[in-house]
Design a protein around this ligand. Structure first.
Ligand code: C2O
Ligand code: CU
Length: 523
């Protein structure tokens, strides 16, 4: 099989009838509900005046210290709790945060060295913690029913059982604390951890349950990439605020899981936060910087570009993707990021004259959502000695010719909820049983926008219905932006851990509204 994928090829693959044929099979005309910029979702407007842009200083989440270390592991403890923080000037906002902060603290791991994070929760609802992009055995993967709760009083889980048409949640286990063990047998990469609770991931991540988890390794260290104050993890998320400064989310009444019907396509906010600050400003030297971009929005897709572009363009030099370093740097004028995707870019701010204010725009956003943050280029012409290498890393290619199976997954609207292959998520029902160590070809097909995410192992994009992989599909990915009438074909090979894992849409409203499924890896 070549890397090219034709529309005919996909349709011929069977099970792909949803591709652009919604009317024929009775799907509501979702395409009509897309916003002008092609955005899935619906804007929830803030009920307070939006803050001025570029006044808040860019916060950088603190790096968490291990509570102890031994010969082969580092141990961390994190408590999720409510906290009152200042996100907007003049307003108090309650967040649900890891260690009471939003974003949570950054965890840093060394590739090959075990990391054990014990999570506790003082939240009014249980939580499950997933390390997104982690190569993690099942029991530490944050399955939506493997929950962490606080005291007994917190074990009340309205809506968790027999949930309004969503399959019931019997089988949930709630522990007072859970030690998540991450073997970290994986490459350096920008991972993130976030809530993954059955039916409530949308509102719980929205309230703040998300943080960075960076993995470092020798291969990357040898490149001498910008580091310290010149390495900035940037968690980009849109949010909406009520008049009293609280985070606004269109929850269902009575604590039921999911989101109100009008927001089923996704919740869009009108305040762009970076690391929890609205449209922040970062002062930078005239030097190379490393920006680890993460789209942590529930539903909003981003098209990020610097403005102005430096003479000659190509300001965003991509060095890494979801699953770590690319083989070679890739220059972009702009990068697309669907929810949960990461893009690791270098920017040489010495290409700008001192005093330039460089904005990071979102070209898919209207009005306030069209701007993200700004960099103020200082006068210090710091020669950091960094030279961009031609080659970054060795990237193994998965060979689709060796694939032992081809599977098709159709993501579409069902009667009431979102579905994968026509079924709403039901814990314990497995829809595929890939063998460990074998290459498979997985096809994702839809008539809408769905950022499709696989747990356990990353994959490589082979092609899209429109032809070759897109510019943002390079390297190891764990989330891919599947577009209307643009099926995506990936090569994937699951390794090491037998068990049940998830594939789902990472639009969190779609995920909570049942667009999730399990697969079982076998020896
Ligand atoms: Cu980022 Cu299954 O999630
Ligand atoms: Cu989706």
């Amino acid at each position: 099989m070549s890397g090219r994928l034709t529309r005919r090829g996909l349709l011929g693959a069977g099970g792909a009838a949803a591709l652009g044929l919604g009317a024929a099979i009775g799907i509501p005309p979702l395409m009509n509900r897309l916003l002008p910029g092609g955005e899935p979702g619906r804007l929830l407007r803030s009920a307070l005046p939006l803050p001025a842009r570029y006044t808040a200083e860019l916060p950088v989440p603190a790096v968490l210290r291990p509570v102890r270390s031994d010969a082969d592991a580092d141990y961390y403890e994190i408590t999720a709790r409510r906290a009152t923080v200042r996100l907007l000037p003049g307003h108090d906002t309650e967040v649900w945060g890891y260690q009471g902060t939003f974003p949570g603290p950054t965890v840093e791991s060394r590739s090959g060295r075990r990391t054990v994070v014990t999570h506790r929760s003082e939240l009014p609802r249980p939580t499950a913690v997933h390390l997104h992009g982690g190569h993690t055995p099942q029991d530490s993967d944050g399955h939506p029913l493997d929950l962490v709760g606080g005291s007994a009083a917190h074990h009340d889980m309205p809506g968790m059982a027999g949930t309004d048409g969503m399959a019931g949640a019997e089988g949930a286990t709630v522990l007072a604390q859970r030690a998540y063990t991450y073997p970290m047998a994986q490459r350096a990469a920008t991972l993130w951890y976030h809530d993954h609770t059955m039916g409530f991931t949308g509102p719980q991540v929205y309230r703040g349950l998300a943080g960075f988890h960076l993995v470092r390794d020798e291969e990357e260290a040898a490149l001498g990439l910008p580091h310290g104050p010149r390495e900035l993890p940037l968690m980009i998320a849109d949010r909406s605020f009520a008049a009293d400064g609280s985070l606004a989310y269109p929850e269902l009444p009575g604590g039921a899981p999911g989101v109100r019907d009008a927001y089923m396509n996704g919740v869009l906010g009108d305040v762009m936060l970076v690391n929890g600050a609205p449209w922040p400003l970062a002062r930078v030297d005239r030097a190379w910087y490393r920006l680890r971009l993460l789209n942590a929005a529930n539903a909003r897709r981003l098209r990020l570009a610097l403005d102005p572009q430096p003479a000659g363009g190509g300001a965003l030099v991509q060095i890494g993707s979801d699953g770590g370093l690319l083989e070679r740097p890739l220059r972009h004028d702009g990068v697309d990021l669907a929810p949960a995707e990461r893009c690791d870019v270098l920017v040489d701010f010495s290409r700008y004259p001192a005093g330039t204010r460089v904005r990071l725009l979102n070209r898919l956003g209207d009005g306030p959502a069209g701007e993200v943050m700004a960099f103020e280029v200082g006068s210090a012409a710091a020669d950091d000695g960094f030279r961009l290498p031609d080659r970054l890393a060795t990237v193994e290619r998965l060979d689709p010719a060796k694939a032992v199976a081809t599977r098709t997954f159709v993501f579409r609207k069902g009667e009431q909820h979102w579905t994968v292959n026509g079924e709403e998520y039901r814990p314990g029902r497995s829809i595929a049983a890939p063998r460990l160590g074998q290459v498979e070809v997985w096809r994702f097909v839809t008539d809408f926008h769905h950022p499709v995410h696989l747990h356990l192992d990353p994959f490589q994009v082979l092609g899209r219905t429109s032809g070759r992989p897109g510019r943002n599909d390079t390297g190891w990915k764990d989330t891919v932006d599947v577009l209307p009438a643009q099926g995506v074909e990936v090569a994937v090979r699951f390794t090491d851990y037998a068990g049940r894992f998830l594939l789902h849409c990472h639009n969190l409203e779609h995920e909570d509204m049942a667009m999730m499924a399990e697969f079982t890896t076998t020896e």
